[in-house]
Design a protein around this ligand. Structure first.
Ligand SMILES: [Fe+2]
Length: 387
């Protein structure tokens, strides 16, 4: 009989014979990998050692559990990197919004502009998303910034750049994509504000004016900013739809540049999650469901699928309630387990703030599952305090 100290146990370990907690209780059957949750349970019960008649097995069969545990650790590492990047993201976001506003003002006044500063901002954003793609989690939190059109462009550009990175674009290609999406509203700033901000239905003349913004944007980028053809095309084509139902040219499928197809997904998603004067923002889960519902016709299906996989079913930052009535915030997802993310608990079953750090990996906690997503505003939880 071999005694094994609980602190020596590692997830994924398996033995040729069963591992016993005591003479009648089995921890893991023969050849069955020990789970992280098993080890936690032993620690919780104050059990310091287990026994087995078997030999420790090494090899690939226990790989899936080891892989889950490795991924879990990676999610935690990524999460810590993410937190450390928050201030930098907010700083570059604010700087980029200012720069886009400056360019919009130049366009409004029919003045030439350059994109030197904007390019620097895009480089800084690129360096951040290279470190952790999930930094987009923080972009929705910048509600103090007043220029909503510039904020929308910056947020959309960050989403687009993350898609570009996932498609393994080169550094310069991701940057061009970012600049193009940052300038997506170049035409919109030339349209009277009362039309842009109108809450009711637009009349035919107003609608035509709105629909002219891609062409206006393209022209102004070329004329006032000396912007390259590829980048200016993003503005020209960002309202084309994959099924040919968009404007201005009713282009179809791959007639639309790939960058513009990415811009379209990013622009539409951002429009759904942004706060409007006449409604609070949709939260991620609703926005994504809506995107999927309309997406089959409007968007490039491959790009849409990639974007959905980046956000996951429960995007990082979603608040979820578990069947034990506790509320947590999603901090990551293990590959192929989109419905069972890793959750950091924030409220206990009585609605009290959770003290200390409690992180649950739903892939390994078989008794727990998500019952619903929670709107942070309705729940009175300010997510920016949690990150
Ligand atoms: Fe637009």
């Amino acid at each position: 009989m071999k005694r094994i100290l609980v602190e020596e146990l590692k997830p994924g370990m398996r033995f040729t014979k069963e591992v016993m907690i005591d003479s009648s209780n089995v921890l893991a059957g023969a050849n069955v990998p020990i789970q992280e949750s098993d080890i936690k349970r032993l620690m919780k019960w104050g059990i310091s050692e287990v026994t087995t008649e078997g030999q420790l097995l090494t090899g690939a069969a226990g790989g899936s559990s080891v892989a889950i545990s490795e991924q879990f650790n990676k999610v935690l590492d990524d999460y810590n990197v993410l937190i450390s990047l928050k201030d930098q993201l907010i700083e570059v976001h604010t700087r980029t919004v200012k720069e886009v506003s400056r360019i919009h003002t130049a366009i409004r006044n029919d003045r030439m502009f350059n994109i030197q500063e904007l390019t620097k901002c895009v480089e800084d954003i690129y360096n951040l998303i290279r470190q952790n793609r999930n930094v987009f989690l923080f972009v929705q939190r910048q509600e103090n910034e007043k220029d909503t059109m510039a904020v929308h462009s910056v947020n959309s550009a960050i989403y687009a750049m993350v898609i570009g990175l996932t498609l393994e674009y080169s550094r310069s290609k991701v940057k061009d994509l970012g600049i193009g999406v940052l300038l997506i509203n170049a035409g919109m700033v030339q349209i009277p504000l009362y039309i842009v901000n109108k809450e009711g239905d637009l009349n035919e003349r107003e609608l035509q004016q709105i629909k002219s913004h891609p062409v206006l944007g393209y022209q102004v980028l070329k004329n006032l900013g000396n912007i390259s053809e590829d980048i200016a095309q993003i503005s020209l084509q960002h309202h084309e739809q994959f099924n040919g139902g968009g404007y201005p040219k009713r282009l179809k499928g791959i007639e639309i540049s790939e960058a513009a197809r990415i811009a379209s997904v990013a622009d539409n998603y951002e429009a759904m999650v942004e706060k409007k004067s006449y409604r609070p923002r949709h939260f991620y889960y609703t926005a994504m469901k809506q995107l999927v519902a309309t997406g089959a016709r409007k968007f490039d299906p491959v790009i849409l699928r990639i974007f959905i996989s980046i956000l996951s079913v429960y995007p990082i930052g979603s608040l979820v309630e578990l069947n034990n009535k506790k509320i947590g915030v999603v901090i990551g997802t293990i590959k192929d387990n989109p419905l069972r993310p890793i959750v950091k608990m924030v409220r206990d079953e009585k609605g009290e703030r959770v003290k200390g750090v409690e992180i649950i990996n739903l892939v390994e906690e078989f008794d727990l599952f998500i019952t619903q997503t929670i709107d942070e505003y309705k729940a009175g939880i300010n997510l920016s305090e949690l990150f």
